[in-house]
Design a protein around this ligand. Structure first.
Ligand SMILES: [Zn+2]
Length: 187
């Protein structure tokens, strides 16, 4: 089919990345947590650490959030697959909410950072501060597949932050499987 040519795939993905308010929720990406916990713990998988640590400040843009990051951060500390427990109440640091967490499995220290810019523009990420055990997972390679899209207030900012990530939602047979396999690949 002509619609599956690479050029059209790229255009379609670009539209999805910008028109992000209509991006579907991606709760099932959180199923990777049970897989990683079955192999050890998520702290030891660099690809997981990278995606939950995605921070638009690294790209020098205005606020941008990634659906996969938001879903995985939430599931890491809340719900049936949560592996992090809070070690202190929320603190305010330069208008951001910060809260220290510890991995129940390996004892690694994480910091959850959360910002709210408006009623529908917020983001959070997890920064791995220290850990004690070596990697079990493969190194980060680009392009980095994600199941969801990005949200932001500026299309150029979204495109800047989305560089290096590829949505696997379109024109692929088993998109979520590809994301889950990437995140859980052993080293
Ligand atoms: Zn851990």
């Amino acid at each position: 089919m002509s619609i599956s040519t690479p050029v059209l795939c790229e255009a379609f993905d670009a539209v999805l990345a910008v028109d992000d308010l209509d991006a579907p929720p991606t709760p099932s990406v959180t199923s990777v947590l049970d897989t990683l916990l079955g192999m050890g713990c998520p702290c030891r998988f660099p690809r997981f650490v990278y995606v939950v640590g995605s921070d638009f400040h690294d790209f020098h843009t205005g606020p941008v959030s990634c659906h996969d990051t938001e879903n995985l951060v939430r599931a890491s500390h809340y719900g049936s697959s949560a592996f992090l427990e809070a070690r202190e109440p929320w603190r305010d640091v330069s208008f951001s909410g910060h809260r220290s967490h510890k991995c129940r499995v390996c004892g690694a220290d994480w910091e959850l950072i959360s910002d709210e810019y408006s009623i529908n523009m917020y983001r959070s990420y997890l920064a791995l501060r220290s850990r004690h055990l070596p990697d079990l997972g493969a190194e980060v390679l680009f392009p980095f597949p994600i199941a969801g899209g990005f949200r932001g207030v500026d299309a150029t900012d979204i495109q800047t932050c989305a560089q290096g990530f590829t949505r696997t939602q379109s024109f692929k047979r088993t998109p979520l499987d590809e994301v889950l396999a990437y995140l859980a690949r052993p080293r």
